[in-house]
Design a protein around this ligand. Structure first.
Ligand SMILES: NC(=O)c1ccc[n+]([C@@H]2O[C@H](COP(=O)([O-])OP(=O)(O)OC[C@H]3O[C@@H](n4cnc5c(N)ncnc54)[C@H](O)[C@@H]3O)[C@@H](O)[C@H]2O)c1
Length: 279
C-alpha cells in the first residue's frame, strides 16, 4: 500500500543527505515531492535522480520537482511554497529539514556566528512552517509536518548554538501540535483544518557533513557511531523511514513528539559500555 498516494510533500534542504533520502522515500510511497533547496542546481539534479528511478511498482511513476528555497529569506520561502502549490495543487506534508552546525567554540561565537546557526536551523524552520500552514490546514485528512531536529536537541553533544536551535525546534513542534491539533471551529474529527507536528532527532548519520571533511570526518563519524548502543552511525534512509512513518496516516494519533533515530545514542551515556559488557 502506498501511504502517500495523492499527497504533495515539500522537503526543505532536500537536495542532499537526509532530505534527499526523505524525498526519495516519500516519492517511492506515492507522494509528489518538491525538493526545496538553497542550491538550485543540486535540487534539480536530485529531482531528476528521483524521476529517473522510474515506476516503483504497478502504480504511477515517481514524481519530483525542484524549487529554489533559502530558508533564511522570507521572500524565498514564500515563493517556494507558492511554487509548490502551483506545481502540485496542494501541500499536505512538509519536511522541514535544514540545519546548520559549526565547530566554532562558544567563546568565539559572536552574534553573527550565533545567527548563522540559529537562523536557518530554528527561525528558518518556523518561516517555512508559517508559509506552508494555510495549505497544510486545507489538506484532506489533515496536514503533517516533520521537522529534522537532532540528538543535539535532546542531550549535550557539543555545539551550543546549533543544539539550542534543535531544542527549540522540538519545543516548537509541541506548541504547534497543541495549537493546530484540532479544527479551529472545534469540530473534532473534521477532515481538514488541523495539522500534526512531529520531529525526528537523528544521531550521527552518514552524509556529506561528515564525509566532506575527508579522512578526519570519516573517523569522527565512526567514533561517534561507536558510542551508540548499536555501535554504528546511521544511514539517511534510516532517518527517512522514521520521517515517512510520522508523516503518514500510520501516525494518525501522534502529534507533538520527537522520535530519536540514533541507534540508541540518547538512551544514556553508558549504552555502549553496557552493550559491550553484556551486563
Ligand atoms: N548528518 C548528521 O549526522 C545529522 C545528525 C543530526 C541531525 N542532522 C540534521 O539533519 C538535517 C540534514 O542534514 P544532512 O546531514 O542531510 O545535511 P546535508 O548537508 O547533506 O544536506 C543539507 C541540505 O540543506 C541545504 N541547505 C543548507 N542551507 C540551506 C538554506 N538556508 N535553505 C535551504 N536549504 C539549505 C543544503 O544545500 C543541502 O542540500 C539538518 O537539519 C541537520 O542538522 C544531521
Amino acid at each position: 500500500m502506498k501511504r502517500f498516494e495523492g499527497r504533495a510533500a515539500l522537503i526543505t534542504g532536500g537536495a542532499n543527505g537526509i532530505g534527499f533520502a526523505c524525498a526519495r522515500r516519500l516519492a517511492d510511497e506515492g507522494a509528489t515531492v518538491v525538493i526545496g533547496d538553497i542550491d538550485r542546481d543540486a535540487a534539480a539534479d536530485a529531482a531528476s535522480a528521483i524521476n529517473d528511478l522510474g515506476t516503483p511498482s504497478a502504480s504511477r511513476e515517481r514524481v519530483a520537482h525542484a524549487v529554489e528555497c533559502d530558508v533564511t529569506d522570507r521572500g524565498s520561502v514564500e515563493h517556494a511554497v507558492a511554487e509548490t502549490v502551483q506545481l502540485c495543487e496542494s501541500l499536505d506534508v512538509l519536511v522541514s529539514n535544514v540545519g546548520v552546525a559549526s565547530t566554532v567554540s562558544f567563546a568565539d561565537t559572536d552574534d553573527a556566528e550565533w545567527e548563522r546557526q540559529i537562523d536557518p536551523t530554528l527561525s528558518g524552520s518556523m518561516r517555512v512552517i508559517r508559509a506552508a500552514l494555510p495549505h497544510l490546514l486545507d489538506a484532506p485528512g489533515g496536514g503533517a509536518v516533520v521537522a529534522t531536529s537532532s540528538v543535539n536537541g535532546l542531550i549535550a553533544c557539543g555545539g551550543v548554538a546549533y543544539s539550542a536551535a534543535k531544542a527549540g525546534v522540538i519545543n516548537a513542534m509541541k506548541n504547534l501540535a497543541a495549537e493546530y491539533g484540532a479544527n479551529a471551529t472545534g469540530a473534532v474529527g473534521a477532515d481538514s483544518g488541523w495539522v500534526r507536528f512531529n520531529a525526528v532527532a537523528p544521531g550521527t548519520t552518514a552524509t556529506r557533513v561528515w564525509t566532506e571533511r575527508g579522512a578526519e570526518g570519516e573517523r569522527d563519524m565512526r567514533e561517534f557511531g561507536a558510542l551508540t548502543a548499536m555501535g554504528r552511525a546511521g544511514q539517511p534512509d534510516e532517518i527517512a523511514a522514521a520521517v515517512a512513518f510520522l508523516a503518514s496516516q500510520d501516525a494518525s494519533w501522534i502529534t507533538g513528539v520527537t522520535l530519536p533515530v540514533d541507534g540508541g545514542l540518547s538512551v544514556g551515556p553508558l549504552a555502549r559500555i553496557i552493550a559491550l559488557d553484556g551486563s
